[in-house]
Design a protein around this ligand. Structure first.
Ligand code: C2E
Ligand code: MG
Ligand code: MG
Length: 454
């Protein structure tokens, strides 16, 4: 007599459990846990055979954008495709793992043999620069790779991984992403940047950013014609950080794209409040940085945001700097024509600090140039600045482009600009940038002020 039972179900379940514990369910790659075990093992082998080993830490450049734009399902499909691309770049003896989110890592064994390492890293960059087609969409994801080498950069697992990660952050700072090798100097600066980057991402998730609004005043009527949205970062400890302290960094790391989307959406949503109560001629002005301008999906994003928020294009104004326009004039021409065709206004910010070519600008559909505040500041002490400002105003008038003077603070500056027939102004003499509620009160005439609501 005997008892017989079918254990194939139990065996299958055990196998599934093991797979779940060691492998990433989405891509089928080893997970972080198995990766660390393998890395330990490979380090022991490398030590015994006195060979070098490289650890590649890979982060996708625009994964969050894909998730934000197309949703998580597309994000998942993309990760699967990326892992296939990555595994086709490595050799049989190397290990690829998904470390979580959009991060992957690769162990490249025996790197002292030939140029395998450089070739693999380069191949990955090239592959991920090309479009990945998912459900008919061409997605340009791009990758940044950090490389640390055993035993030169670290002798044990955790430090090697940390150093590859730091190198990856360095690679990310190079505007187009790319490859970076660890070197000891990275330790300090990178640590700080990494911290700031994580903080900005977290801040976006936790509503730490706010927009303040500064009026632009039409001098002939004395009325507010637009409100410029200026971002501020209210950190956990309530300190208010001004944009010059984080925008340049956000531009370097590409975070400006998510931040910029947030700004556009919030500005339109808030503008809707004043449009709805009757200030229907008051535009909201949004600053765009070069990186946003270069992105192919800018136009779609603007259309979508206007649709979602129900704001008419005539209520939106975009501020760009002249260098952004003139560095790629053909693309700017096409993009600005489309925007102008929709009814969106364009102004050139900080005019005078770059090429200052009114001739070029005239060929583009630009409504307004904003003379940089550095010229206005010294109008009364520096004869050159005064001459430059008058010249800009008079040429612009002849070319039928509107001129706004930024940073007007004193009665003297106001008088000078009026005298030169500058049509629009902005500056502390009228109002500082105000939190939304105060800006709304100002617009509605509920605040004592020298400007009138529209
Ligand atoms: P900007 O677009 O040229 O904005 C004008 C800056 O001058 C603002 O500084 C404003 O508060 C300040 N300002 C206005 N009137 C006066 C005045 O009478 N006197 C003086 N001394 N300053 C005045 P803020 O808010 O610190 O912004 C600095 C820069 O950060 C902006 O320069 C803009 O380039 C950038 N920025 C702000 N928000 C955003 C954003 O949402 N996206 C992007 N890409 N850049 C932004
Ligand atoms: Mg501006
Ligand atoms: Mg400006």
């Amino acid at each position: 007599m005997g008892i017989c039972s079918d254990i194939s179900d139990a065996k299958q379940a055990a196998q599934q459990l093991e797979e779940r514990a060691y492998y990433d369910s989405l891509t089928g790659c080893p997970n972080r846990f198995l990766f660390m075990e393998r890395l330990n093992h490979e380090l022991t082998v490398a030590k015994r055979t006195q060979q070098k080993l490289a650890l590649l830490f890979i982060d996708l450049n625009r994964f969050k954008d894909v998730n934000d734009t197309f949703g998580h399902q597309m994000g998942d499909l993309l990760l699967e495709q990326v892992s296939l691309q990555l595994s086709s770049c490595i050799r049989e003896e190397d290990t690829l793992a998904r470390m979580g989110g959009d991060e992957f890592a690769i162990i490249v064994n025996r790197v002292d043999q030939g140029a395998a390492l450089e070739r693999i890293a380069q191949e990955i960059i090239t592959r991920l620069q090309e479009a990945i087609v998912i459900e008919g969409h061409d997605i340009y994801i791009g990758a940044s790779i950090g490389i640390a080498i055993y035993p030169d950069d670290a002798k044990e697992t955790n430090t090697l991984l940390k150093h590859a990660d730091m190198a990856m952050y360095r690679a990310k700072q190079q505007r187009q992403g790319g490859i970076a090798y660890f070197h000891p100097g990275l330790n300090d600066a990178v640590e700080k940047r990494k911290y700031l980057e994580t903080r900005i991402r977290k801040g976006l998730g936790q509503d730490e950013f706010v927009l303040h609004y500064q009026p632009k005043v039409d001098i002939s009527s004395g009325k507010i014609c637009a409100m410029e949205a200026l971002i501020r970062w209210r950190q956990e400890d309530q300190t208010l950080v001004l944009p010059n302290n984080f925008i340049p960094f956000a531009e370097e790391t590409g975070l400006i794209v998510s931040l910029g989307r947030w700004v556009l959406k919030t500005a339109c949503r808030e503008a809707r409040t004043w449009i709805d109560v009757g200030h229907s001629d008051v535009r909201v002005a949004v600053n765009l940085s070069a990186i946003q301008f270069e992105r192919m999906d800018l136009l779609d994003n603007i259309r979508q945001t206007l649709n979602e928020t129900g704001v008419s294009p005539k209520n939106l104004e975009l501020e760009i700097t002249e260098s952004v326009v003139l560095e790629n004039i053909d693309r700017a021409h096409k993009l600005l024509d489309e925007l102008a065709g929709m009814g969106v206004s364009i102004s050139i910010d900080d005019f005078g600090t770059g090429y200052s070519s009114l001739y070029y600008l005239k060929r583009l559909p630009i409504q307004t140039i904003k003379i940089d505040k550095s010229f206005i500041r010294d109008i009364h002490t520096d004869a050159n600045d005064a001459a430059i400002v008058s010249a800009i105003i008079s040429i612009a008038r002849d070319l039928k482009i509107k001129v706004l003077a930024e940073g007007v603070e004193t009665e003297e500056q106001l008088a000078f600009l009026k005298n030169k027939r500058c049509t629009e102004m902005q500056g502390h003499i009228f109002s500082r940038a105000l939190p939304f509620n105060e800006a709304f009160s100002l617009l509605s005439g509920q605040m004592p002020s020298r400007v009138k609501g529209a």
